[in-house]
Design a protein around this ligand. Structure first.
Ligand SMILES: *Cc1c(COP(=O)(O)O)cnc(C)c1O
Length: 715
């Protein structure tokens, strides 16, 4: 971080000569100097170069306006204004939070000034690095000798082995030096929340609008279990979003608690519309409690916010309505909601405390902010027992946390702090909006078909678009007003073949084909439905990436319209079964799969798969205990009817569990099985299109096996 931008003053010697001297002096201090041609140029330069660590300009020429503009970009950036003896100061200056230093034009003072600029730059760097990360950087710089773990000893052990050296060179010295032991006392402790670790958690809580935050180094999968272990005692009943992440199923298997499911609505695309308002009412809950063996009034609720497809709840409504002691929003997908006003009122931490309730929010920092994999946070608002909570926290925390992950969580928070953070999020929102408009434009200009986007017809500005009851675009039959909102950065592309109500067209292009095409060109899709593809416009998506996606889509259309051979268009797919795909052309493949989907009425089956839940014969916890005792056997998927499933079955798409451990598919819930069998059928007909069903095992010869409890056990 050593670039200083200088806006050259007007061409008069008494100003130019001191700047020339300063240029030289700063270079000896190790700075690189750049000379933008105008204030507009400078602002662009700062915007695009986060390594710029200072700006030098002439106060008479630019003064306040420029300061304000730069301040909007980065309020921490040091500004150096050069004045002459007649310059006047603006009084409103004092009201603004900015880092502004004044120097006078003069000859022979450049060395002094450059030393001070060095010092102010160091202060700037110091101000933007958060506490734990700073302590870790300093620790590494000191280069102490330790006689504790990890055994690679700051990387030295690697360099004693040929393969170790390759590993060392790949990851680099600092990665290994920063991998330090929990025994290093000056860095504090993650488990005790002390020293720089505590400072980091306090820093994070302030930024994320939480009362307290906990850093978790093994994913939101773990964060979810920590919250659940604390919030739901053995024997209690909890409300769980049926659209839950599998970590919550695992929580139900670990804790002896009774689940009652909150059931989301969905449309024909397989997009989840969230849990409707009526499910949160006391009446609805009371009915389910009455119908569920061993259930009592629930103490805790878990809601996935946002859904996989990017729908956010009006969280205030849920917090006020849901009559439980604690509410946990699993927000693994949206760690950025506190940093732009369009998300106000739609996140776990937004708004004030709710008297008598505790709100938890878990976020995968690594999913859509910049952090190492497994970086996760728990935020809390409301009164809770810190010591008990920390037992649940420690129960799931390794005693050897990876400090690189810890620093990355904290740095992610520092990145989204203040105006630079807001801009970062704004930019990804704008990029997504631009992309949406580009696809719309291409669709209007294109001959014949083109891809569509799942969004309202008019998308002028970046907002979270409400799922309004009766609006034609979203395809949810019974949407509630003021309840769910589509996040603009989650972009769902639609392929031809089916409308939002599941009416199938004569011809169609199943999305899996497009996903494979893009994948072979280095564009990885987040999720593929029957006729839709999900893309995430996180802060790491730059213009070039958005462009390659657009290009991929237009290339697909061109190749499809030319009806190229599968062998040429999808070589990787071709390689999976050259005999099968030998002479096939892309349109034959598309129509073949489309016909299968039509024949099996996939949208209809998908919808009815969720109409009636399978019957809970025992809790997931009890079912797992049976599994541990060995009371399980393996059957083929079609034989699942009338058997108690040992594990969760979760097909992608739609990525929602259709069977939970301890549940039995009965005649009433037969739709679940029909749906699963239909998914398997497509893979049988078309090599390379096998469905991924978590919980089922695909054999070499194409059968799906599942684990069920033996019939001679009693619950
Ligand atoms: C990904 C995800 C998790 C788990 O997060 P990890 O950080 O991968 O462990 C939990 N809940 C939801 C809704 C998720 O999408």
């Amino acid at each position: 971080m050593n670039i200083i931008a200088i806006l050259s003053p007007e061409r008069v010697f008494y100003k130019n000569e001191p700047i020339r001297e300063l240029d030289e002096a700063l270079k000896t201090q190790g700075f690189q100097l750049v000379y933008p041609t105008s204030s507009g140029d400078l602002v662009k330069l700062i915007e695009q170069n986060p390594r710029i660590c200072g700006v030098i300009f002439d106060w008479d020429q630019y003064s306040m306006d420029l300061c304000i503009e730069i301040n909007e970009l980065n309020e921490y950036l040091p500004l150096y204004a050069f004045i002459n003896t007649h310059s006047s100061l603006d009084v409103s200056l004092n009201e603004m939070r900015m880092v502004l230093y004044f120097f006078e034009y003069g000859l022979g003072v450049a060395d002094d000034i450059s030393i001070r600029i060095r010092q102010y730059t160091d202060e700037y760097i110091d101000a933007i690095i958060p506490p734990f990360t700073k302590a870790l950087f300093n620790y590494v710089k000191e280069g102490k000798y330790t006689f504790c773990t990890p055994g690679h000893m700051a990387g030295t052990a690697y360099q004693k082995s040929p393969v170790g050296s390759l590993f060392y060179d790949f990851f680099g010295a600092n990665t290994l030096k920063a991998d330090v032991s929990i025994s290093v006392t000056e860095l504090g402790s993650l488990l005790d929340h002390s020293g720089p670790h505590l400072e980091a958690e306090e820093f994070i809580a302030r930024i994320f609008g939480a009362e307290q935050s906990y850093m978790v180094t093994n994913g939101t999968s773990t964060a979810n279990k920590m919250v659940g272990m604390y919030a739901a005692p053995s024997g209690s009943t909890v409300l769980i979003d049926r659209n839950c992440h599998k970590s919550l199923t695992h929580l139900l298997m670990m804790s002896d608690i009774v689940p009652i499911y909150l059931c989301p609505i969905r449309n024909a695309y397989g997009i989840l519309g969230g849990i409707p308002k009526r499910e949160f009412s006391r009446e609805s809950i009371a009915l389910k409690v009455a119908q569920t063996p061993h259930a009592t009034w629930p103490v805790h609720a878990v809601i996935t916010n946002s859904t996989y497809d990017g729908l956010l709840y009006n969280t205030q409504y849920i917090k006020e309505t849901l009559d439980v002691h604690s509410i946990h929003f699993d927000s693994a997908w949206v760690p950025y909601t506190n940093f732009h006003p369009i998300y106000r009122g739609k996140s776990g931490m937004s708004g004030e405390r709710i008297p008598g309730k505790v709100i938890f929010e878990t976020q995968s920092t690594h999913k859509l902010l910049a952090a190492f994999s497994q970086a996760s946070l728990i935020h809390i608002k409301g009164d809770y027992d810190e010591r008990t909570f920390n037992e649940a926290y420690m129960m799931h925390t390794t005693t050897s946390p990876n400090y690189g992950i810890v620093a990355s969580i904290e740095t992610a928070a520092a990145m989204v702090r203040g105006k630079p953070g807001r801009r970062l999020i704004l930019r990804s929102i704008e990029r997504a909006l631009h992309f949406r408009k580009e696809v719309q434009r291409l669709r209007e200009e294109s001959e014949g078909w083109f891809f569509d986007i799942w969004q309202p017809e008019i998308i002028e500005e970046a907002v979270c678009w409400p799922i309004e009851p009766g609006a034609p675009w979203h395809g949810f039959n019974n949407a509630d007003a003021d309840h769910m909102y589509l996040d603009p950065i989650k972009v769902t592309i639609l392929t031809p073949g089916m409308d939002e109500f599941g009416t199938m067209a004569e011809e169609g292009i199943p999305a899996a084909l497009v996903a494979k095409f893009l994948d072979e060109r280095g564009v990885v899709v987040e999720k593929t439905g029957p006729y839709n593809l999900l893309f995430l416009f996180s802060i790491g998506i730059d213009k070039t990436k958005a462009m390659s996606l657009l290009r991929g889509l237009t290339e697909f259309k061109r190749s499809y319209d030319l009806n190229l051979r599968v062998r040429n268009m999808l070589p990787d797919l071709f390689a999976e079964d050259p005999d099968f795909y030998r002479n096939m052309r892309i349109q034959d493949l598309a129509q073949g799969i489309h016909r299968l989907i039509r024949q099996h009425r996939l949208p209809h089956l998908m919808l009815s798969a969720f109409d009636v839940l399978p019957e809970m014969k025992m809790t997931p916890h009890a079912a797992f205990q049976q599994q541990v005792r060995g009371n399980v056997e393996t059957v083929e998927l079609p034989d699942l009817l009338g058997r108690i499933s040992a594990n969760m079955l979760l097909p992608y798409p739609p990525g929602v569990p259709v069977v939970m451990p301890g549940e039995m598919i009965t005649e009433q819930s037969r739709g679940v099985l029909d749906f699963l069998i239909m998914l398997c059928t497509i893979g049988i007909h078309y090599p390379g299109f096998e469905t991924d069903i978590h919980g089922a095992q695909l054999t070499e010869d194409g059968r799906y096996l599942v684990r069920v409890l033996k019939t001679d056990i009693t619950a």
